[in-house]
Design a protein around this ligand. Structure first.
Ligand code: GLC
Ligand code: CA
Length: 568
């Protein structure tokens, strides 16, 4: 057992989506050499770790979340030697490295799956989940059960020329692995050890709580379920056992940080996944607050912003898991639209205010911040004008589904373009030159957001309203205050429809975070358990001074204030 230093407890993780970060060889696709050239930029922000979305060989049907070889580097990104250099360069700067562990499924181009398809008697057949189809009344062949994929449609794909199907909870090109098979589990532990031996410091586990299914694989008979089968494959019966096994055979032998991307886990299970004593994961992501302005949790269809849902989603896990496990704080990732373009924000008018506001109310909470590339300069959503500008297959699945419901194409485009994942995946905007400085060559694989001349790193850094510099200050302040790192969160006015506010406290020391989450003025009344003359402003995004603090504070749109209590 390696000694756990719990390095993640004061860490700040920066997420890189390698395809879109920096393209050093000008072929239109981001790469490892590009990343290496920008490590100082990440370090200077105040990040202490980087999580890389998948860098492995993949046919990119889901842009790397369909892995064809777990122990490889995609040639478009570079070589294994390039990766080792990247790792060394990160470590030289004190940056930890986290890899993406996509263990629920492989690519259909993985050798295991090819072998499984080619020969029914191959030992690899049992590495996946094959089942005989059913016959309906008319003798027509049907999938083995009615489960639907997270990416729409049946979760079963028929094996050509046979009566058998295989299970895929995501795209048909992402067959689910059979975790009941000990050989699969051994291989996954081995994969973790492979990267840990190279010096990798941690993992983000992709949709981790779907790996254990309830057998036999039954129909979902709940008419209220939009997505069928969820109760049979989320938080399944062997989840805890499988996680423990990965720990015993790999994770606990190194000083790691593990965070699970969960699909709305049940509270009791979540407690166990992250409990310090249970030896499963260090933390999980919570996304409830990021569903406050879109439907089905599919992140695809916009709905009016619900602040109370946002507050519950952001703050409840902080109240619930404090003292037992560890939390994470997330506004964006490669599956989410750009935060300054969401939540009812008038981006044209309030981009700077909203970006700094969102950072304060999110990252002053309890947990490890995860910052997604471009978030730190307030990158915005792209006004996609046609479906072929969207590269994410999921955007197209949703489009097809809605077309099937006879919704006109223009209307679909308008409905989905503010919520689709493509918004996160446009190239990073480094400067105002063509292709936004992402490269100086081929057209990028995904279109550049046309606002790049106004919104880019170079311009942001030169501005007196720099979002990057605001993040720098915020992250530095956070790190310097143990209360902000580990203190308990208590929410105030949970039902207020404009304001979000909570305190952080530890060992008799307290901070109060207040933010006006709206485009109009809002009144905030100092809560009764604070003395007005003991409240000092530690940080604000719109220049308020202590002299401007009264019993009732009139807050500007998207104003955020961090108070420190100085006891007299
Ligand atoms: C996770 C990933 C997402 C991917 C899916 C299937 O949600 O973040 O990008 O499409 O899992 O692997
Ligand atoms: Ca490249």
């Amino acid at each position: 057992m390696a000694k756990k230093t719990n390095w993640y407890k004061d860490a700040v993780v920066y997420q890189i989506y390698p395809l879109s970060f920096m393209d050093a060889n000008n072929d239109g696709i981001g790469d490892i050499r590009g990343i290496i050239s920008k490590l100082d930029y990440i370090k200077d922000l105040g990040a202490t770790a980087i999580w890389f979305s998948p860098l492995y060989k993949s046919p990119w049907k889901d842009y790397g979340y369909d892995i064809a070889d777990y122990k490889s580097i995609h040639p478009a990104f570079g070589t294994m030697a390039d990766f080792e250099e990247l790792l060394a360069e990160c470590h030289k700067r004190g940056l930890k490295v986290m890899m993406d562990a996509v263990f629920n499924h492989t690519s259909d181009q993985h050798e295991w799956f090819k072998a499984a398809l080619a020969d029914k008697n191959s030992p690899y057949r049992d590495w996946y989940i094959f089942r005989e189809g059913k016959r309906d009344k008319n003798g027509e062949l049907m999938p083995p059960n009615n489960w639907t994929s997270s990416f729409t449609g049946s979760a079963w794909e028929r094996v050509e020329g046979t009566d058998e199907y295989y299970l895929h909870l995501f795209a048909p090109e992402q067959p689910d692995l059979n975790w009941e098979n000990p050989a699969v589990r051994r291989e996954m532990s081995d994969t973790l050890r492979f990267w840990l031996e190279k010096g990798v410091d941690g993992f983000r586990f992709d949709v981790f709580n779907m790996i254990s299914k309830v057998y036999p694989l039954r129909d979902d008979r709940n008419p209220l379920h939009f997505q069928k089968g969820v109760q049979y494959y989320v938080d399944g019966p062997r989840m805890h056992e499988f996680l423990k096994e990965l720990n015993d055979n790999a994770l606990s032998l190194y000083d790691t940080f593990t965070v699970g991307e969960s699909y709305t886990p049940d509270e009791q299970h979540a407690h166990r996944y992250i409990h310090e004593e249970s030896g499963e994961l260090d933390s999980i992501f919570h996304f409830e607050h990021l569903m406050a302005d879109n439907m089905f949790g599919l992140k695809m269809v916009a709905k009016p912003f619900n602040l109370r849902q946002f507050k519950r989603g952001l703050l409840d896990p902080q109240l619930r898991y404090h003292g037992t496990g560890w939390n994470t704080l997330v506004l964006e990732n490669h599956d989410q639209a750009r935060s300054v373009s969401r939540f009812g924000i008038n981006t044209k008018k309030y981009r700077y205010e909203a970006a700094t506001f969102l950072a304060m109310i999110t990252f002053l909470g309890w947990g490890t911040p995860f910052i997604f590339q471009g978030e730190e300069i307030g990158m915005t959503n792209t006004r996609f004008s046609s479906m072929d500008q969207m590269k994410d297959p999921v955007s197209h699945f949703i489009f097809d589904m809605m077309k099937g419901m006879r919704i006109p194409e223009k209307a679909i485009l308008r409905l989905i373009r503010w919520a689709v994942r493509d918004n996160a995946r446009t190239p990073m905007q480094w400067d105002g030159t063509s292709n936004a400085g992402f490269n100086r060559g081929e057209k990028p694989w995904q279109c550049v957001n046309p606002d790049y001349r106004d919104i880019n790193v170079e311009k942001d850094l030169a501005s007196d309203k720099s979002i990057y510099r605001f993040y720098q200050k915020l992250l530095a302040l956070r790190k310097s205050e143990p209360v902000l790192l580990s203190g308990k969160t208590i929410e105030y006015y949970p039902d207020d429809r404009q304001v979000i506010s909570y305190s952080r406290s530890m060992d008799g020391k307290r901070f109060l975070i207040v933010g006006n989450f709206s485009g109009t003025r809002a009144d905030f009344i100092m809560p009764g358990d604070f003395e007005l003359d003991e409240m000092k402003i530690r940080m604000t995004n719109q220049g308020r001074t202590d002299a401007e603090v009264e019993e009732i504070i009139q807050m500007k749109p998207y104003e955020a204030i961090l108070f420190e209590e100085i006891r007299k």
